[in-house]
Unconditional design. Structure first.
Length: 158
């Protein structure tokens, strides 16, 4: 694996999951190549067929700290964290986090998980795979976002 390779997990709208590396993902391009985990022949994937593209943390471990993460901040810093976002996919799955640039007319957007135990650094969400996207105050008031913004007993003890 070269230094430019980036490990990803591609969840297709069909339910298929591909794990491997890529060097050419750009949201503006219609395709990307994924080299399967463990080597082998690369596969060309149409971005339009994705549900989401996950970028696991480089160290493969959650970002833990003694202080609560951004998901536990009632008033996030919009410059640092972006806007609060709640995404409901067409298959019913819901994700929460922050985004620095959500525009509904774009093919997709990056979601930065608000869960400090998330194994993902960021997730590229395809707009076509969503059934509802709430941003800003509407997302902040959503019951799922409110639940993730409540510190756990472990966080209270820290």
């Amino acid at each position: 694996m070269s230094t430019r390779d980036r490990f990803i997990v591609a969840r297709m709208a069909s339910g298929l999951v591909l794990r491997g590396t890529t060097v050419d993902f750009t949201p503006e391009r219609p395709t990307l190549w994924i080299t399967p985990d463990g080597g082998g022949r690369g596969v060309e994937v149409k971005v339009a067929n994705l549900k989401a593209l996950f970028f696991p943390r480089a160290d493969a471990a959650p970002a833990r700290s003694s202080a609560p993460g951004p998901g536990y901040t009632q008033n996030p810093d919009p410059v640092r964290d972006g806007k609060r976002i709640v995404v409901r996919f067409q298959d019913g799955e819901t994700m929460t986090g922050f985004t620095l640039s959500y525009r509904p007319e774009k093919v997709g957007f990056f979601l930065f998980p608000d869960d400090p135990d998330s194994q993902h650094e960021k997730i590229f969400v395809l707009q076509a795979a969503t059934s509802e996207v709430l941003v800003g105050q509407a997302a902040q008031e959503h019951p799922v976002a409110t639940r993730t913004a409540t510190p756990t007993s472990q966080d209270k003890a820290a």
